[in-house]
Design a binder for this molecule. Structure first.
Ligand code: NIG
Length: 408
């Protein structure tokens, strides 16, 4: 049955270039008192006082904000175990990097993931995707990276595919083959490049390949080698860079035409200027700053210099244990210098374009009907409110997400 959403403040994101750069990032394309008609999984009409097709379900928005579902373009939402003990150590003063250097952190989740079955991983991810959906995320990128052996990386990617097939939203897998260095595997970097990458390429030829370039993780030389091999096989390239220290990876990744460089908390002004002048997205992950050490990427500089910006939760058990894009928006506005409108565009239309999904991220005829209706009549409330769930209703692929069953 068709759906009509009536009398909404519609953030269409439909005017201006795609993806957005510079001042265009602020352009939300607002239609006041707007109606949106959905048939099957697509948006078919957007405007004011639309004439209604005969059989349809009507949702009265009463002036509330209707906007594209969030596209969370950087997550590690597939994991097993927990890091509660390490989190308590951090509360007592241990740093993320000290814990990683002592064999914990990413490596402790790697151990838990290796012990879990594909079914268990898919189940854990499915539960998290459901929570993300309730907070307005209708498309989520999910990285592997806690397997770090050929078999365990494939197990993770299969689990992400399995959970994604069952989910109402869209899960986009990324092969994070260079997440940490496994000290138990001699020649780990070569092993990853010679054995794991070809095996992943065979079964998942379309996925992006990613690495974490940092002291105690992958060096710039090794990350470059991995990405060069992945690029030669046709994989889109992504990189975690400048989270704690600048390793010179930004210039290299731009040179390799990487799709995105994610984190950027420790980037130099020169590297941000370089990134702004390129066609590579900068992805900011402000929930890390809140959870780890109060350092945030200087997104204002990137946007003012005309760069491509996207934003994500980075949902993971170590640096950013949150499924909430509204939380990421609230932090990006407070600590990364973005306006609410810029943060919204970075988490919708730009994030979708980064993932190669041009069929979503805007409210326009032909776009996939992934929409959220906020509890608010002013979208700035998304950034103003901290810690609540501002989403009243989610429509995903043209279907209204049913309310949670609390009684069985
Ligand atoms: O992007 N820094 C590397 N990877 C994740 C953290 C993963 C973890 O701690 O488990 C990040 O912050």
């Amino acid at each position: 049955m068709a759906i009509l959403i009536r009398n909404a403040r519609v953030l269409t994101m439909a005017r201006g270039p795609r993806p957005r750069r510079g001042a265009a990032l602020r352009e939300l394309g607002i239609v006041e008192q707007g109606d949106v008609i959905i048939e099957r999984e697509r948006i078919v009409a957007v405007g004011q006082s639309l004439s209604m097709p005969p059989a349809l379900r009507v949702i009265e928005a009463d002036g509330r904000v209707l906007m594209p579902g969030f596209v969370d373009c950087h997550t590690h939402a597939c994991w097993a175990g927990d890091r509660l003990g390490e989190w308590e150590l951090r509360l007592k003063g241990a740093t993320y990097q000290e814990i990683l250097a002592a064999g914990g952190g990413i490596m402790s989740t790697v151990r838990a993931v290796r012990e879990a079955s594909q079914v268990q991983l898919a189940g854990a991810l499915a539960a998290r995707l459901e929570v993300m959906l309730r907070h307005g995320t209708t498309t989520a990128e999910v990285k592997s990276g806690y397997g770090l052996s050929t078999e365990d990386e494939l197990k993770m990617l299969r689990a992400i595919r399995e959970a994604g097939e069952e989910w109402e939203g869209t899960a986009v897998p990324t092969a994070l083959l260079g997440h940490a260095i496994d000290p138990a595997q001699p020649g780990f970097v070569q092993q990853t490049i010679r054995r794991t990458l070809p095996a992943v390429h065979e079964e998942f030829p379309e996925v992006a390949v990613d690495a974490f370039c940092e002291q105690g993780a992958w060096s710039a030389d090794d990350a470059t080698l991995l990405l060069q091999h992945a690029g030669a096989l046709g994989h889109p390239l992504r990189i975690h860079a400048d989270q704690f220290t600048s390793q010179g990876m930004v210039a290299r990744a731009i040179g390799m035409k990487a799709v995105s460089i994610d984190h950027l908390e420790a980037s130099t002004p020169e590297d941000l200027a370089r990134l702004a002048a390129s066609s590579t997205f900068g992805v900011i992950l402000p929930c890390c700053g809140l959870n780890l050490d109060g350092r945030y990427a200087k997104a204002r500089q990137l946007v003012d210099a005309g760069g491509l910006l996207a934003m994500a939760t980075n949902f993971n058990p170590g640096s950013a244990p949150t499924p909430s894009m509204p939380m990421a928006i609230a932090l990006a506005v407070r600590f990364c210098g973005l306006s609410p409108a810029e943060a919204i565009a970075a988490g919708t239309i730009n994030a979708a374009t980064l993932l190669g999904l041009r069929d979503r991220g805007a409210v326009a005829p032909g776009q996939r009907a992934d929409l959220i209706l906020l509890r608010h009549t002013d979208e700035r409330m998304l950034a103003y409110e901290i810690g609540g769930n501002p989403v009243d209703a989610v429509i995903c692929g043209g279907r209204l997400v049913p309310p949670v069953e609390v009684f069985r």
